[in-house]
Design a protein around this ligand. Structure first.
Ligand SMILES: [Zn+2]
Length: 365
């Protein structure tokens, strides 16, 4: 079978999941699952062999430090925080995790933080298509524990290129766990100015509607939603975690890109864990892709941001999927929906690549 078009995945919590669940994603997926056989309701879906199966070659890999109030003990080092200092130590810990990953597996993972590194990676990918090397661009998911704005410079120098300010919500703006009336705060506006000065790509995922609109109006730099679906396609959504149409339209006007998530609960809000898997299929994921394309009038503003293993795994994903590699099946499903190959290429990697080409800094500048 010919390889499908290559994929950029806009969101995976590789460090958090490796540290909290002690998963070694360089092992085959069957082995990872065998090592945690008691976890029948949230099995691993990421692994190096699954990346190869799906031709997934570049990932926005996150640094995520969960507020201790949301997590369940025992906490692994560098994954949870109760104080701002612990948040900072968590960021440093996960940065060091990725540096070790690159050093320990140089033939498997390579960090990408500049335009030149992206060019070199793309050249190598072209010259050695079967090597399977995976590029990692670092994304800080939530910085509500930030010690001071000076840390934005420290994190930028360390290679973080995408920052999503919010996860739970409250300090900078409204988030998934705060009220729908919350908007960007005065401190939040200051944060956005610092992020723009550091030329960070802004990730509005997890913002409530009003905060997303405030941010889209005021942010001077590049804006994306690394992992979010369309609220308009969900009946009775429990919160504002998914994007409403107005936010999607504003993102499109800003030439932004939205990464859609193959999580059953985010595709069908009536679906619950342990419901039959056949109730949700990849066709639902293609509906979210199509909805964004219809709002845009083209296929230039939607991509994949799987978030796989970030709080959900197998069997909480669409029927056709065993692991992340099965995202490749979207090629055929989009073809059936009438999408041309160049549009599928845009969704699979072209749109994220455009964001990286615009957003990564160059050594030369
Ligand atoms: Zn998230």
């Amino acid at each position: 079978m010919a390889k499908t078009d290559w994929i950029i995945d806009g969101h995976q919590d590789i460090a958090f999941e490796s540290l909290v669940n002690r998963r070694d994603y360089t092992l085959p997926i069957a082995k990872i699952r065998a090592l945690e056989s008691s976890r029948i309701d949230n099995q691993a879906t990421l692994s190096w062999d699954a990346y190869q199966k799906g031709n997934i070659r570049l990932i926005f890999s996150t640094i995520f430090i969960e507020p201790q109030s949301h997590g369940c003990p025992p906490f692994a080092a560098g994954t949870h925080y109760a104080t701002k200092q612990q948040f900072h130590e968590g960021v440093e810990h996960q940065l060091s995790f990725y540096r070790h990953y690159q050093n320990d597996y140089p033939d498997k993972f390579r960090l990408i933080a500049t335009q030149e590194q992206l060019d070199e990676f793309l050249r190598d990918k072209e010259d050695h298509p079967d090597d399977g090397l995976i590029g990692l661009v670092l994304l800080l998911e939530g910085c509500e524990g930030l010690r001071s704005f000076d840390d934005i410079c420290i994190y930028s120098e360390a290679g973080i290129r995408i920052i999503g300010p919010v996860w739970e919500g409250g300090r900078w703006c409204g988030g998934t766990f705060s009220g729908t009336a919350d908007r960007l705060t005065a401190e939040g506006r200051t944060l956005l100015r610092h992020l723009a000065a550091a030329k960070q790509i802004l990730d509005i995922s997890h913002m409530n509607s009003l905060s997303a609109m405030d941010s889209l109006e005021s942010y001077q730099g590049i804006v994306i939603a690394s992992h979010a679906n369309c609220r308009a396609l969900l009946a009775n959504p429990p919160n504002e975690r998914q994007l409403d149409d107005l936010t999607i339209k504003r993102l499109i006007e800003r030439d932004g890109v939205i990464g859609v998530i193959p999580f059953n609960e985010f595709l069908d809000s009536s679906w619950q864990s342990r419901n039959p898997r056949e109730q949700v299929t990849l066709r639902e994921l293609s509906n979210h892709i199509d909805h964004i394309c219809q709002l845009a009038g083209d296929a230039n503003h939607v991509a994949i941001g799987s978030d796989l293993d970030g709080g959900f795994g197998f069997p909480n994903i669409p029927l056709e999927m065993n692991d992340v590699g099965d995202l490749r099946l979207m090629e055929h499903i989009l073809q059936q929906k009438g999408y041309h190959q160049d549009e599928i290429t845009a969704v699979f990697h072209g749109n994220w690549l455009r964001i990286l080409k615009k957003g990564l800094p160059s050594w030369k500048k």
